[in-house]
Design a protein around this ligand. Structure first.
Ligand SMILES: [Zn+2]
Length: 379
């Protein structure tokens, strides 16, 4: 699917293209390009609308540990509540969060004094988790959801970078809100490419914003940005949070349009150096042995494309702990459960993830030690 800029309908100027294996699908050409007018970076070509929605419904799940919330989640919620406390005069009573990964926020907002906190979540798996709790979740995509209540605060944290047409979805929020109601958005921020991780451009993120185009988009929807916060440290990548207020007859404030093509080019240069280093590491592996990649995510898509591993090693398949991924195809490879590790003979296992390496290594290091050569790429 080819996309134009959803903010100003401009044709996108291509910056890079990948040929990715994606879980459950054949190889796909996925590109990233720039809107010449508003400097938004968009994924295009991307998967068809149907494939994107299916991917979220069946394979991609963001779910937090319900008993022990992550530090990242705690910090994010704290940051949001602080912005709200400082900038919203009347405490919001009726709140909707779009995209649910936990009931942690539900509890925090009730503690803060919100009367009603509801969720909107496309994943059946997550919606089911909260079926019997007090936490009301609508199991739907924002595209299909019909707003029945008025919310004086709507939260979309790490949501709109996943949407095909954020402007359209946000205009549904805008129509459901009154003058003076608030909307909070957090997204990855396309600034400081030296802080981006190696798989920054990924299959799930369709849009890459900066403050200029976020502000422009919100103005189009009759919102003014009343507060913003950029975070560069402690997160996986830079993020920006904006708090917006619905305002009819809005006078636009103009901000400087930052050139993002330079940011992208800097990152792509860094990415190439990164994968050639990984390639050098893999050269030392025993080519007579069979090889499996552990991890059926974007890191594997990238390693298969950006390194020469395929040509030099005998890759037999992918292993993943997620039951949702097992049994599916990842490009030409079958996704196995970690149970296969016990029966493998003389095999290289490459842990193919950036953030989960430690965890996977400690969960498999004791299995079938004589036969498995477990390869860590980062530590
Ligand atoms: Zn644009």
């Amino acid at each position: 699917m080819r996309r134009n800029c959803f903010i100003d309908n401009q044709k996108i100027k291509n910056l890079t293209e990948y040929n990715w294996n994606i879980l459950g699908l054949k190889k796909n050409k996925i590109g990233f390009g720039l809107c010449p007018k508003c400097n938004l970076v968009l994924q295009t070509p991307s998967l068809s609308k149907k494939k994107v929605l299916n991917y979220y419904k069946n394979t991609s799940i963001y779910f937090e540990n319900l008993i022990k919330p992550s530090t990242n989640l705690k910090n994010t919620t704290k940051r949001h509540l602080n912005l709200i406390r400082k900038n919203v005069k009347l405490k919001p009573k009726n709140v909707l969060e779009v995209g649910i990964s936990t009931n942690y926020n539900f509890k925090q907002y009730l503690n803060y004094g919100v009367e009603k906190f509801q969720g909107l979540e496309p994943s059946k798996f997550i919606a089911k988790k909260f079926k019997k709790s007090k936490f009301k979740i609508f199991n739907s995509t924002i595209e299909d959801h019909k707003f029945k209540s008025n919310y004086d605060l709507i939260i979309l944290s790490h949501v709109i970078e996943h949407l095909i047409d954020p402007l359209k979805c946000l205009s549904k929020c805008s129509k459901s809100q009154k003058n003076g109601d608030h909307l909070l958005i957090e997204v990855p921020l396309l600034e400081k490419p030296n802080l981006f991780p190696p798989c920054y451009f990924n299959i799930e993120h369709l849009n890459y914003f900066n403050f200029y185009n976020l502000n422009l988009m919100m103005n189009k929807l009759s919102y003014e940005v009343v507060a913003k916060k950029k975070v560069f440290k402690g997160a996986e990548y830079p993020v920006i949070t904006i708090l917006c207020r619905k305002k009819l007859n809005l006078k636009r404030k103009f901000f400087r349009n930052i050139k993002t093509d330079i940011v992208v080019k800097k990152y792509l240069k860094k990415e190439n150096i990164f994968w050639s280093k990984i390639d050098k590491k893999l050269k030392f592996l025993d080519k007579k042995k069979s090889t499996y990649l552990f991890g059926a995510g974007l890191h594997s898509s990238m390693i298969l494309e950006k390194t020469n591993i395929l040509k030099k090693l005998n890759v037999k398949g992918i292993i993943d702990s997620s039951k949702l991924k097992q049994g599916k195809k990842f490009g030409q490879y079958y996704v196995f459960s970690p149970a296969i590790l016990k029966s493998l003979k003389k095999t290289n296992i490459i842990i193919s993830t950036f953030s989960g390496e430690k965890e996977i290594f400690s969960s498999i290091k004791k299995i079938n030690k004589k036969n498995l050569n477990i390869v860590k790429l980062y530590s």
